[in-house]
Design a protein around this ligand. Structure first.
Ligand code: C2E
Ligand code: CA
Ligand code: CA
Length: 418
């Protein structure tokens, strides 16, 4: 059953070609849009927007236009605080469209999709399926409004057990068999309800609370893994580690003690550290990382691809795992430039003998591509969303039944063959 499309009252189509514009207008009408405005270039669009009392709920913007082109229009919209959700449409290559989308998001605009022309009813429908005309947010790329809260509230939550942990399975890409979980912090705020970690982790980092928070997450996660161990389910656990923590010389002792207390072995624990931060903190951090590695902890480069570290820099750090950021994973099967990056990251990791993890796998197509590329571990909504520990047994049961769908059909290709 296709999801119901949102009812759009008004759309503005900006395109210099009359034929293309008329075609886009016809598609909008077919989708049930009541009012379709049109403009032949960026400046006409800006003029129209300043005149309209009720702005359109969505704009479809061509890139190449005489006068003010699509890129300048997007920049102007950001400058003039014209906060209207946008679809970029162009006959140029997907990588170019995608970079304009990224530019728009970086400017704070709500980018719904980047589509290649000629537009098709189905692709437009697909792009709009996740679009919420009330907030303008696409559920594929949520524009989060973060709640603001007092630091003291967060501190109290950390100390009083208000931060809980959800677990997202990490599975073997060849067989689908679960290998481990990633522990993700959750804060159920009494007033705001669920606060996403992207909202409170940076606050904890800034106000010196990250150490307490991480130890709380780690203590819960290790206790949980110990329980699973006793039930015969041996899973590794990955904990997100803010690089700030690596400034603490006592850290190695503290977390080794936690692992001992739960009767676990350090090789069951992976510490994920974001790539973009690793190199910046390398001074003191390197000693701490080396000691963690000596103790047997796994060390993962998280969000790989989002920073600008060179392989030479990363190769000097005793990592055991490379975790490729989901922006290079999601949609890789139909985006050639993502595939190229993925493949070269996987190849490099193989040469460094690192375990490779792809996060953000949402579709079977991306899953099969990673299988084909010989990635080791997969994680993402296709397999499971993060869940409370109590839900894991039920998920496992269902997952067992899906294993035959996930298993690789052919033997994995060797590095030389891909
Ligand atoms: P991350 O380490 O990159 O964690 C993965 C995030 O991607 C999680 O978001 C997860 O729910 C989400 N995710 C997983 N699979 C998919 C998928 O298929 N598609 C999409 N679109 N998203 C997927 P979450 O739980 O909101 O966490 C956000 C970030 O907060 C984490 O990103 C991590 O950087 C940080 N974080 C979470 N818990 C902790 C913690 O205990 N300590 C520290 N320092 N940071 C944490
Ligand atoms: Ca992570
Ligand atoms: Ca990540």
């Amino acid at each position: 059953m296709p999801a119901a499309l949102p009812q759009l009252a008004s759309v503005l189509v900006v395109d210099d070609s009359t034929v293309q514009r008329d075609y886009a207008i016809a598609l909008c009408r077919e989708l049930g849009v009541q009012m379709v405005y049109e403009a032949a270039n960026g400046s006409e669009a800006v003029d129209l927007l300043t005149m309209l009392v009720l702005p359109p709920e969505l704009m479809i913007v061509d890139l190449e236009m005489p006068g003010m082109d699509g890129i300048e229009l997007i920049q102007q919209m950001s400058l003039r605080k014209l906060d209207i959700p946008l679809i970029v449409a162009s006959s140029r290559e997907q990588s170019l469209i995608h970079s304009v989308e990224t530019m728009g998001s970086n400017l704070g605009l709500r980018m719904v999709a980047g589509l290649q022309k000629p537009l098709q009813l189905e692709t437009l429908r697909g792009a709009l399926r996740h679009f919420d005309p009330l907030t303008g947010a696409s559920s594929a790329k949520p524009a989060r409004k973060l709640p603001s809260f007092a630091v003291e509230t967060l501190a109290a939550a950390i100390d009083q057990g208000g931060i809980s942990v959800h677990y997202q399975p990490k599975v073997d890409i060849r067989t689908g068999i679960v290998r481990g979980v990633e522990a993700l912090a959750r804060w159920q705020h009494p007033q705001f309800g669920f606060v996403p970690p992207d909202a409170f982790i940076p606050v904890a980092e800034k106000h010196g609370l990250i150490h307490r928070l991480t130890l709380s997450v780690m203590a819960q996660a290790l206790a949980q893994v110990a329980v699973w161990n006793t039930r015969g389910l041996r899973l590794s656990v990955a904990v997100n580690f803010s690089p700030r923590l690596l400034e603490r010389p006592s850290l190695v002792q503290e977390i080794s003690a936690l692992v001992d207390r739960h009767g676990l072995q350090t090789d069951q624990v992976v510490l994920e550290i974001t790539e973009s931060h690793v190199v910046a903190y390398l001074g003191t951090a390197l000693g701490v990382l080396a000691r963690l590695r000596l103790k047997g902890f796994g060390l993962s480069i998280d969000d790989y691809g989002t920073g600008f570290s060179s392989m030479q820099q990363l190769a000097r750090i005793p990592f055991t795992e490379l975790k490729i950021d989901r922006s290079f994973v999601h949609g890789a099967h139909h985006r050639r430039n993502l595939r190229v990056i993925l493949q070269s990251a996987l190849e490099m990791a193989r040469q460094l003998e690192l375990v490779t993890v792809a996060e953000g796998i949402e579709t079977v197509e991306d899953w099969q591509l990673l299988q084909h590329f010989g990635c080791t571990i997969g994680q993402g909504y296709l397999i499971a969303r993060p869940m409370p520990a109590d839900d894991l047994p039920r998920w496992l049961k269902g997952h067992q039944k899906r294993l035959h769908e996930l298993r690789a059909e052919e033997p994995r290709l060797t590095g030389a063959a891909i």
